[in-house]
Design a protein around this ligand. Sequence first.
Ligand code: COA
Length: 158
Amino acid sequence: MIADTPMAYIESLASARRQTETQWQARAGTMSGPDSITLVADDGTEGSRFCGLMRVVLRHPHAPGTPLQAVLSSVYVAPERRGLGLADNLIDAAKEAAVELGAEVLELGVHEENDRAKRFYQRHGFSLNGASRSYPQHKSKRELLMECKLPEAPKESR
Ligand SMILES: CC(C)(COP(=O)(O)OP(=O)(O)OC[C@H]1O[C@@H](n2cnc3c(N)ncnc32)[C@H](O)[C@@H]1OP(=O)(O)O)[C@@H](O)C(=O)NCCC(=O)NCCS
């Protein structure tokens, strides 16, 4: 993921390569819980290759009187699966996951030059909210914040 599109992630390739097996296992153990859901796509066969990922995490703390927010991160679809609808399925599932966690708004950060991702998010109802911050790996570039209002959760799932 990071080697494929370094500007898509906050972690550097060097830092990811320094992680030990134990550290990766500890990270995997926190992939989903009461405040987060990680969606992983493969091609559906036994032992098949991973081909897509998205992660939704509830934002804490939550300021009273503001909509409950979740953050979409770790967005990745393998190059050979891009443009074929897998990313559409994953982002629809990510929105459902955010609603399931109780969020009213889904937010994300995208590198200002990642035009493909920006276009993809816009097609899925995300818009720039006007905020931006310096990109951690690339201080002279900006990370633009986008958000999407989520539908209300069905009453029975609350
Ligand atoms: C971002 C990502 C998940 C989107 O999935 P995808 O299957 O590529 O998305 P789609 O092909 O459905 O949509 C991409 C859109 O960008 C357009 N596009 C393709 N290449 C483009 C380019 N070089 N510049 C601008 N737009 C481009 C496509 O035509 C499509 O436009 P449309 O929505 O108007 O049809 C995938 O490209 C990816 O994993 N990229 C690498 C990691 C990454 O950048 N993650 C995002 C971190 S914020």
